[in-house]
Design a protein around this ligand. Structure first.
Ligand code: PLP
Length: 443
């Protein structure tokens, strides 16, 4: 035991695993046991562990300039280089980017920039944000209000009403469809719900709609085809911005550069990124907005004397150097292309579990996926607690594989992008054993 308050942990849970080192797609505990990291840490270690180039990039930058801030007229070359390289990759028009340290703070920064922007253009009443049920956008106070998960609200007195977060349907056909409803009918119904919500609240009060192109922590929900096109048509009609939370789906995870590309989201106005931006070798996040939104904030910042938002570590030079090197490696080694190829293989292999008696749905895209375990395969009835998920995670661990249960009893898979087919086979073999053992446990 130590004096730690553990993040996102059941404080009564007694099982602990002490990690000691990592290499490639594997991590090792303090007893020397090897595990395939099938969740890439927390959906983040895209280039795996012990990548010499990233380690060297950090060490060199630490030696040269270990810290320099970016407040009030100070800057440094590596931070500017990262901003330019990153924004050149983005589908956001004339993107400008604000750096932070986590996905949560990127989302908080976005909320503040949205407010700043709408105040600047004379629309102070346009501040509400539509987020979806079962979304995950982080845990800082504002980001936690965007998040649509019970555990992130209960006992915290969240969400705050004053933040103006509105909630719309999760695009999860398997769990959300009415009996007999086709995918297309389901999409039309929930997009109509979205439009009714906008009409009820008043479009002039709503600034943006936030979505993870494909969700992560809420169970890897892949919306039916056509969903985002219909959502964007409604948002455009009412002058509401599209804000893509690409904290998990960014940088090759779904088999393309960004999740937006994979699911057909056109020109998002705002994009939040973190995790794979630096392959998690250093904490860094990026909140990108349209160039004209930034332009609108220039005069107000001068009038006030400063844009009064910035972190000590915004654009930290070591994190910037590591992120820059990460983006270079993605490009040089065609990591997104590799992720597309291996991702197709991973989805094909995962689909084999559709016939497993414990599995209700297998879903995913590229190199992110989930297997949902259900109490009744025929009806899709969910388990009424998370015991199956917890058992299966432990079973995976016993077989030398790390994963997480998300949304109760879905097992999530999101291995480092550098894995090969043999490692996907290893993942599938271990998952198969764990599912069989979990079936024995629940029956
Ligand atoms: N947004 C999404 C989609 C995420 O998955 C996460 C974390 O998993 C966050 C935001 C929050 O990021 P962080 O944990 O770095 O604050």
């Amino acid at each position: 035991m130590s004096n730690l308050i553990y993040p996102t942990t059941n404080f009564k849970a007694t099982e602990t695993l002490t990690m000691e080192r990592g290499d490639g797609a594997y991590v090792y505990d303090n007893e020397g046991n090897q595990y395939l990291e099938a969740l890439a840490g927390l959906w983040c270690t895209s280039l795996g562990y012990n990548n010499r180039e990233l380690i060297d990039a950090a060490a060199e930058q630490m030696g040269q300039l270990s810290f320099s801030h970016m407040f009030g007229g100070k800057t440094h070359q590596v931070g500017m280089d990262l901003a330019d390289k990153l924004t050149a990759m983005l589908p956001v028009e004339n993107a400008k980017v604000f750096f932070g340290n986590s996905g949560s703070d990127a989302n908080d920064s976005q909320i503040k920039m949205l407010r700043y922007y709408n105040n600047a253009i004379g629309k102070p009443e346009k501040f509400k944000i539509i987020a979806r049920e079962r979304s995950y956008h982080g845990v800082t106070l504002a980001a936690a209000c965007l998040t649509g998960l019970h555990a992130n609200h209960t006992y915290f007195d969240l969400p705050f009403d004053a933040l103006g977060i509105l909630r719309t349907d999760a695009p999860h056909y398997y769990r959300g469809a009415l009996p007999g409803e086709s995918e297309e009918q389901f999409v039309d119904r929930i997009v109509n719900n979205l439009e009714q919500l906008i009409l009820k609240e008043g479009a002039n009060t709503i600034a943006a709609f936030i979505a993870e192109p494909i969700t992560g922590a809420s169970g890897v929900i892949v919306p039916p085809k056509g969903y985002y096109q219909k959502v964007q048509a409604v948002l455009n009609k009412y002058d509401i911005l599209f804000w893509a939370d690409e904290v998990i789906t960014g940088f090759g995870r779904t088999g393309n550069d960004f999740g937006c590309t994979t699911v057909g989201i056109e020109k998002p106005d705002m994009m939040s990124m973190a995790k794979q931006l630096s392959s998690a070798y250093m904490p860094i996040s990026a909140a990108a907005i349209r160039g004209d939104m930034y332009e609108a904030m220039i005069e107000p910042s001068a009038a006030v004397g400063a844009f009064g938002h910035g972190f000590t570590y915004s654009g930290h030079p070591v994190a910037s150097a590591v992120a820059l090197k990460t983006l270079e490696i993605y490009e040089r080694d065609n990591i997104f292309g590799h992720a597309a190829t291996i991702g197709e293989y991973m989805q094909k292999r995962m689909a084999e579990f559709r016939d497993h008696p414990l599995v209700g749905e297998v879903r995913g895209a590229g190199m992110v996926g989930a297997v949902e375990m259900v109490a009744n395969k025929k009806t899709g009835e969910a388990f009424n607690n998370g015991a199956a998920g917890a058992f299966a995670v432990q079973a995976c661990q016993n077989h030398g594989m790390i994963t997480r249960a998300v949304a109760g009893n879905s097992l999530a898979f999101c291995p480092p992008l550098i894995v090969n087919e043999a490692q996907i086979d290893e993942m599938i073999e271990k998952l198969g054993k764990a599912l069989d053992e979990t079936l024995d446990f629940v029956t």
